[in-house]
Design a protein around this ligand. Sequence first.
Ligand SMILES: [Zn+2]
Length: 222
Amino acid sequence: MQLADPVEAVVVHEPYALKGARTVLRGGYSRNTMSLPSKTNPKTAWNPDRLDVRAFALAGARLEAEVPLPAFERLYAEAAPADGAPASVHWQAQGEMRPAASGGAPAVWLHLEADTHVPLTCQRCLGVVDTGLTVDRWFRFVADEAAAAAEDDDCEEDLLALEPRPRLHDVLEDELLMELPLVPMHEVCPVQVPMQATDPEVDAGDTEVRKNPFAALARLKK
Ligand SMILES: [Zn+2]
């Protein structure tokens, strides 16, 4: 029986495999298979649902995936009904170790990027306004939630806890939700834009407009 789970394609980049750097395309894996660590090389089996961010950063590893928008349930709940196939969310995560400013142990960092567009309801014309959302954020990871709460007031960075291991999907969705405009609106609502130039009525109107400046100029010359 097939799970109704959305299928994700994840590309695992292995920057530490210098000779003939491999790109492993995992098409159509399910959450179940991804959570089983690989026996031969555990570093290739990053689990985005429970990421060991420290190991991920130490390896300088990267994860990338294309996920259908409906998989982000909280975000999709904000979407207006739209024709056609739902958009997808393209995201990637990059781990990095950075020397601590104080000279202590190196810090664990994670760069998260996401790109999508969500159909929202324009608050002026009530039509659908396709709204692009992008996330581009760095997070520093500390031991646990208590440490994150203790440090949070003292630094400007975004802090997250290494334990419990984060589900990248949820972190990404939180960030995408924050990118939603408070009042979605077309820059110019399509109902106020003249119809296509092939429309005979618009052509006639257009000619009218072109004549008028001369009439106005003629009046000025008098
Ligand atoms: Zn509008």
